[in-house]
Design a protein around this ligand. Structure first.
Ligand code: DGL
Length: 271
């Protein structure tokens, strides 16, 4: 048993979809979340900048005594997980490996769709993990840079003409390629699950990276006898790099519950 908290970070609020899954699976765990809301988005930045930001995010979270670290961001997981693992002496989980493995397990026709930020697609990280497990897999990938701002502005509902139009524009080539699995390779995208699912059709399985990493963390903690003791009171502490005004409202949408805990702003440039 290990009572220490799990650190989770993202470029902003998308990582809260992973926190939602972690809390649902392991309600006794304590979670410390950092969202780099002052510097989001990462997905359109260079690898060098993403690495610099990721190192600062990790340095801040390491000011707490953590038992593990979750990179709840597709972009950082794609660009920096190998480097962060070499630099840090604690278990680090990213979204790419468990999500790619689930996609391979689910596909029946070896045609896998992938949507994510520009940086994630450009890194080739998903392709590498998928092909290592299934060399026959064909991957149909698209960067969807408009999804993040649309999600953050609440344009997520089926019937919303703006999101429906953007979904059609980005996803038509992937749907026409006949994929039977679509990887939601960015932690904002689970909020678009309904509208994407309707567009792709029931024959296409959607793989949610937040849910997959939560599953992986739970499995690892259990195998290493590092879960919180039954009966420990779990909960979250929230840190952001921009003003805390408005955090609660938007975070509640990602988390699927009201945010009652305190939220603190930190100066990430100090780390
Ligand atoms: N959190 C990022 C990801 O999952 C999306 C937002 C951004 O571009 O920073 O890739």
């Amino acid at each position: 048993m290990d009572p220490r908290p799990i650190g989770v970070f993202d470029s902003g609020l998308g990582g809260l979809t992973a926190v939602r899954e972690l809390a649902a699976r392991m309600p006794e765990e304590r979670i410390i979340y950092f969202g780099d809301t002052g510097r989001v988005p990462y997905g359109s930045r260079s690898r060098e900048t993403i690495i610099k930001y990721a190192r600062q995010d990790v340095a801040f979270l390491r000011s707490f005594d953590l038992k593990s670290l979750v990179i709840a961001c597709g972009t950082v997981s794609s660009a920096a997980i190998g480097l962060l693992r070499r630099e840090q002496d604690l278990p680090i989980f990213g979204v790419v490996e468990p999500t790619a493995h689930r996609a391979v397990a689910l596909t029946r026709n070896n045609r896998i769709g992938l949507i994510a930020t520009h940086a994630t697609i450009a890194s080739g990280a998903y392709e590498r993990v998928i092909r290592a497990r299934d060399p026959e897999a064909q991957i149909f990938a698209a960067a969807c840079p408009l999804f993040v701002p649309l999600v953050e502005n609440g344009r997520t509902r089926p019937g919303d003409v703006v999101i429906e139009t953007v979904v059609r524009d980005y996803l038509t080539p992937i749907r026409d390629a006949g994929v039977d699995v679509l990887v939601l390779g960015c932690t904002h995208y689970p909020l678009l699950r309904e509208v994407i699912g309707r567009f792709m059709g029931p024959q296409v399985a959607l793989v949610d990276s937040g849910a997959e990493v939560a599953h992986e963390v739970g499995r690892w903690l259990s195998e290493h006898d590092a879960l919180a003791a039954p009966g420990q009171v779990g909960g979250c502490r929230w840190y952001v790099s921009d003003s805390t005004a408005g955090f609660r409202d938007l975070a509640a949408v990602f988390l699927g519950r009201p945010v009652a805990e305190p939220v603190e702003q930190i100066d990430i440039e100090r780390y």
